[in-house]
Design a binder for this molecule. Structure first.
Ligand SMILES: Nc1ncnc2c1ncn2[C@@H]1O[C@H](COP(=O)(O)OP(=O)(O)OP(=O)(O)O)[C@@H](O)[C@H]1O
Ligand SMILES: [Mg+2]
Length: 361
């Protein structure tokens, strides 16, 4: 999806991929194969690039630092990106800058969890400090015994109080090296089994004051952490206000709707910001945009279901990621635009469910 934006801007991308069949490697002309965990591979790859950026968070922090020391423009830089790599570092920093967070602590032993549960009650949410995604690495433990099982795996963990949120919101902002910041409208994200399945833009019923406050929090985090590129701030909306859940520093699932629903897509915005160009307008191109993720179903022949979806709703936009179809895997998304949330949401849901399983919802 970044390649689509790069074509229009005349920006040439080079991608470092593990295998030639990864999504980006299949559509970008200049593909280098190699391991992103190997510094010499990264150095060879970076030679001749004007800017380096990421589509995941797993490049080791010390390698990013080494590339910057070599003189490469790396966005986001290591000191910012570590907050999207390490949830405990993120919590420490957000607490220090006064961003609202759930109560949390690092835990190493059952006694640590017991003490935390004594203060904050059950359930306790255990999180892998590094490496989690799509809910893998998040365990809602209803008892200390359950927590003990997770601790026994040896994964470095932190504990968080379970937040009885009303809904989840996300704010996507971009910040460029010269300090310009832009915020997209606040969206509502809907997760099922820890996976984002739906995004509603703008977040329905959010009043102007709350929306502005969420955007201020996200822009402040981008500024304080020195983020360059995109920053997605996942939040919980609770009866007593907003809390930050976690950060991502790359094009994010909560921003896929912008390809069709905003003047500047998140992918174009990411390119503009990492190249230190003026940022693009984040305004919506319709009053309501709904993105629904397409998850792999039992029948991998997604293409056979295009005819129905396209005939049923000529306004629906389909985006597939060129990934192998596996049950439950995010393989694409659809976007619907319009004036009425219920109607737009129903259209997006129908298209996603039909593409995924051939079911009519
Ligand atoms: N403290 C909490 N209280 C209640 N629910 C939580 C809490 N932390 C996380 N969750 C739920 O678990 C989901 C996944 O958590 P989180 O975003 O931290 O994990 P992740 O696997 O890194 O996510 P992602 O898929 O965004 O990479 C959240 O979207 C939320 O629904
Ligand atoms: Mg998350």
């Amino acid at each position: 999806m970044t390649q689509q934006a790069a074509i229009a801007l005349g920006v040439e991308l080079r991608v470092l991929a593990n295998t030639p069949d990864e999504s980006a490697a299949r559509v970008i002309g200049d593909v280098r194969l190699g391991d992103y965990r190997d510094l010499e591979t990264l150095r060879g790859f970076a030679k001749g690039c004007d800017a380096l950026t990421f589509d995941h968070e797993h490049v080791p922090t010390e390698h990013i630092r080494a590339l910057a020391a070599d003189g490469f423009a790396v966005h986001p830089g290591a000191d910012a990106l570590v907050h999207a790599q390490d949830k405990a570092v993120m919590r420490e920093r957000l607490t220090a800058i006064g961003a609202p967070c759930p109560p949390w602590r690092r835990v190493a032993t059952v006694a640590d969890v017991e003490e935390f549960a004594g203060e904050h009650g059950l359930p306790v949410v255990l999180k892998a400090v590094r490496g989690g995604y799509d809910g893998r690495g998040v365990w809602v433990c209803r008892s200390v015994e359950e927590a003990a099982e997770v601790l026994a795996t040896g994964t470095p963990l932190m504990a968080e109080a379970f937040v009885p949120f009303e809904r989840e919101l996300a704010v996507l902002v971009a910040r460029s090296p010269h300090g310009q910041g832009v915020s997209y409208p606040v969206v509502e994200t809907v997760q099922r089994d820890g996976i984002c399945v739906e995004v509603l833009a703008p977040a329905p019923g959010l009043d102007t004051e709350q929306a502005a406050s969420a955007q201020r929090i996200a822009l402040k985090i981008a500024h304080e952490l020195g983020v360059t590129g995109l920053l997605a701030v996942e939040m919980f909306a609770t009866a007593s206000g907003l809390m930050v859940n976690e950060l991502a520093m790359r094009p994010h699932n909560s921003g896929h709707w912008t390809i069709d629903g905003a003047r500047t897509s998140q992918f174009e915005q990411h390119l503009r910001s990492v190249l230190d160009l003026p940022l693009g307008s984040p305004v919506m191109s319709a009053p309501v945009a709904v993105m629904a993720n397409v998850l792999g179903g039992d029948d991998p022949d997604v293409f056979s279901r295009y005819e129905h979806v396209m005939a049923h709703d000529p306004g629906i936009k389909i985006h597939f990621y060129g990934k192998e179809v596996r049950p439950g895997r995010k393989i694409g998304h659809v976007t619907a635009l319009g004036d009425n949330l219920d109607e737009v949401r129903a259209r997006a849901r129908h298209a996603a469910a039909y593409l995924s399983e051939g079911v009519y919802v």
